[in-house]
Design a binder for this molecule. Sequence first.
Ligand code: FO1
Length: 308
Amino acid sequence: MKITALAGGTGAVKLLRALYQIIPAQDLTVIANTGDDLQLWGLSISPDVDTITYALAGLLDEAKGWGVQGDTFSCRAMMGKLGEPTFFALGDRDLALHVHRTSLLRSGDPLSRVTERVCHSLGIKARVLPMSDDPVRTRVQTPTGWLAFQEFFVRDRCEPEVLDVDYEGAGSAKPGPGVIEAITSADRIIICPSNPISSIGPILAIPAIERALIDTPARVLAVSPIIGSTPVSGPAGKMMVARGYDLSATGVAAVYSKWLDVMVIDDSDADQADDLRPIGIVPVITETLMTNREREIALAKTIVRALS
Ligand code: FO1
């Protein structure tokens, strides 16, 4: 059974690494958000692509949920002395990937080709596809103006009030090579428990990708990243409210309602099943909080079973 997953970074990787363990690796394709990408120190950084890559390669710093395990930050300290921005913590080992990617991009390789090479070098057997080779940049509107996503998320610690979110460049971006085919020829599609607005939103903002989700014959299942009225992590709450969605699993289903078939919601949200059925979405009620490896695997197995 070929599964294609749409994913952001930190919120998605627990489920992705569990899926990678329980299905044949070559049956898994991940379409990764690149709306969080940034330029820093002259380097091209793709945080969500890298978080997924490190997780599947067994290199992820699991405590932080991003970066490389055991990394050090000597370069960052020196950059600070040189007056370079250090709000975005690039580790010394992580830096190797950014130098490698930037060098390949400068020699003319698109991000998709670079990502394929990196995955091959790190022994990853699943496919990781950046959503686009064209730049798409998520921006957050705050009372003091528009911020680049990482300025809002890391530098300002998600503190500013969110008035709106947009995806610069998405309207004219082409899906990356293989992305549309991965959606239209998959047997099943999984939307990871990522922020619906800032992680999945940029992927959906590319018109041809949303069209493919509407047209695909595959069943599409999403896992709610919101339990009760609390996001499992990150600023999903502020962003959903700014976009006019209810802060609940049902609100997440509303973001995806044009093409969603199945929604996995937490046991504690069982009462919301009755709100999903009338809008044509089949609820699956289970323990969704992945607090350890066993729970990650259990959720992945429940999802695969629900899609069988
Ligand atoms: N997240 C942070 O909260 N602080 C950081 O300094 C930070 C650095 C960083 C470096 C490389 C990388 O691949 C990811 C990094 N992240 C950091 C995570 C990243 O900002 C977010 O998790 C995603 O963009 C949201 O999905």
